[in-house]
Design a protein around this ligand. Structure first.
Ligand code: SF4
Ligand code: SF4
Length: 334
C-alpha cells in the first residue's frame, strides 16, 4: 500500500509563470549575446558521494556571499536571464537563501539543483521568502547504492514537506543508465513525483566528456515507458531536441552555445563551457565581456554530437536557426 501524500495544490503562492516566460523570451530575442542560463557553483562540497559524479568534493568551504554577490552583479551586467545555484550540494551553503535573494534583487530568475537531503520546514520557508522559482531534486533509485545515493527512501519525507509548504515549483530528475538491474526503479520515482504533484524529467548518464553512455534494451524500454506515461513538457522537449537520437544510438547535429547563451561558473569564479568541459575559456566571470560571449557563440564544440547536457541543449535551441558557427573548437587538436 502506498502512503497517502499531501496535495501540492495546498501551496498558497503561485509563481507568475506568464511573467517569467515573457521575460525569458524577451532576453532570448532581444540580443543573441544575452546569456539565458548561468549555473553557478556555490560550494563544491557535497554531503553524498555518488559513484558516477565528477562534480563534488568532501572538503570545500562555502563561497562567501560577498564573492557570490559580485558574481551575481556581473551576471546581471551581462544581461543574464536565469541563475541556477548548483554544487556540490547548494543546501550545504549556510546562506543559500540570501544568495537566492541576491539573484532576485538583481531581477533575475533564481533556481537551484539539490539532492534534497538537507531540506526541512525552516529551510523551505526561507527559500519561499527568497523568491526561488524552481528546485530540481535528483532522485535516481529507491535505495542508495555506490553508484547513486540520490534515493527516494532518503528524501521521501522531504518531498512531503515540499508538497505541503513549498511555494516554488519542484521538478524531480532521474538519471537513466546508472544501473542495469535497478532500471525500473525510475518508474516508481516518476509515479511518486506525480502523486505529489511535481514534474518529472529524465537525464541520460554521461561520461566525463558529457557524452552519452549507450542505453541497454532494458533501459531503452523504461525510457519509452517514462515518456509515454509520465512525460512532462521538459521530458518531451529533451526527447525532441536530442534524446530521441542518442537513445537510438545516433548523434546530433546542433550548435552548442556554451560560453555564450549558457555559462558555467565554477567555485573559483571562472567561466567554463559546462560542468563536463571545465578549463575553457577559464576567464574570471568578473572580467567576462560581451566580446567573450560573441566569440564563444560562434565557436564549434567537438563534443556536441553525443552531448547529453539537457539544459545546454534547451538554451541553445533558441539560436539553432542561425548561420553555422565559424570558429573551430580551440581544443580540437589537443
Ligand atoms: S548528490 Fe549530486 S553533487 Fe553530490 S555526489 Fe551525488 S551527483 Fe554528485
Ligand atoms: S557540447 Fe557543449 S554542453 Fe555539451 S559537453 Fe560540449 S561544451 Fe558541454
Amino acid at each position: 500500500m502506498t502512503n497517502p501524500v499531501p496535495s501540492a495544490t495546498s501551496r498558497s503562492k503561485r509563481v507568475p509563470t506568464a511573467q517569467v516566460v515573457s521575460r525569458f523570451v524577451w532576453a532570448a530575442l532581444s540580443s543573441r549575446h544575452n546569456p539565458l542560463l548561468a549555473q553557478m557553483v556555490v560550494t563544491r562540497r557535497c554531503n553524498l558521494s555518488c559513484g558516477y559524479c565528477n562534480e563534488y568534493d568532501e572538503y570545500s568551504q562555502a563561497i562567501s556571499v560577498t564573492r557570490l554577490g559580485a558574481q551575481i552583479a556581473a551576471l546581471k551586467r551581462l544581461r543574464t536571464a536565469v541563475v541556477t545555484c548548483t554544487g556540490g550540494e547548494p543546501l550545504l551553503h549556510p546562506q543559500i537563501a540570501d544568495v537566492i535573494g541576491e539573484i532576485r534583487r538583481h531581477d533575475m530568475i533564481a533556481t537551484m539543483i539539490t539532492n534534497g537531503y538537507r531540506l526541512n520546514r525552516e529551510r523551505i520557508a526561507r527559500l519561499n521568502e527568497s523568491g526561488l522559482l524552481e528546485m530540481q531534486i535528483s532522485i535516481d533509485n529507491l535505495q542508495p547504492d555506490d553508484s547513486s545515493m540520490k534515493s527516494l527512501s532518503s528524501v521521501e519525507k522531504k518531498l512531503a514537506l515540499l508538497a505541503e509548504f513549498a511555494q516554488f515549483k519542484v521538478n524531480i530528475n532521474s538519471v537513466l543508465g546508472i544501473s542495469e538491474e535497478r532500471t525500473e526503479e525510475v518508474l516508481v520515482v516518476a509515479e511518486r513525483a506525480r502523486q505529489y504533484g511535481f514534474h518529472h524529467s529524465v537525464g541520460i548518464l554521461h561520461d566525463g566528456n558529457g557524452a552519452l553512455k549507450p542505453l541497454s534494451d532494458r533501459q531503452f524500454r523504461v525510457y519509452r515507458e517514462l515518456m509515454n506515461t509520465y512525460g512532462s513538457f521538459l521530458h518531451r522537449l529533451n526527447h525532441c531536441l536530442f534524446q530521441r537520437n542518442l537513445v537510438a544510438g545516433k548523434s546530433n547535429n546542433w550548435k552548442c552555445r556554451a560560453g555564450a547563451r549558457y555559462l558555467y561558473i565554477c567555485e573559483d569564479g571562472m567561466v567554463h563551457w559546462c560542468s563536463q568541459r571545465r578549463g575553457y575559456p577559464g576567464i574570471p566571470l568578473l572580467e567576462y565581456t560581451r566580446d567573450d560571449i560573441s566569440r564563444e557563440f560562434d565557436t564549434r564544440k567537438r563534443c556536441s554530437a553525443n552531448c547529453t547536457l539537457s539544459c545546454v541543449h534547451q538554451i541553445s535551441a533558441f539560436d539553432e536557426w542561425r548561420r553555422p558557427q565559424s570558429r573551430p573548437d580551440p581544443l580540437s587538436s589537443s
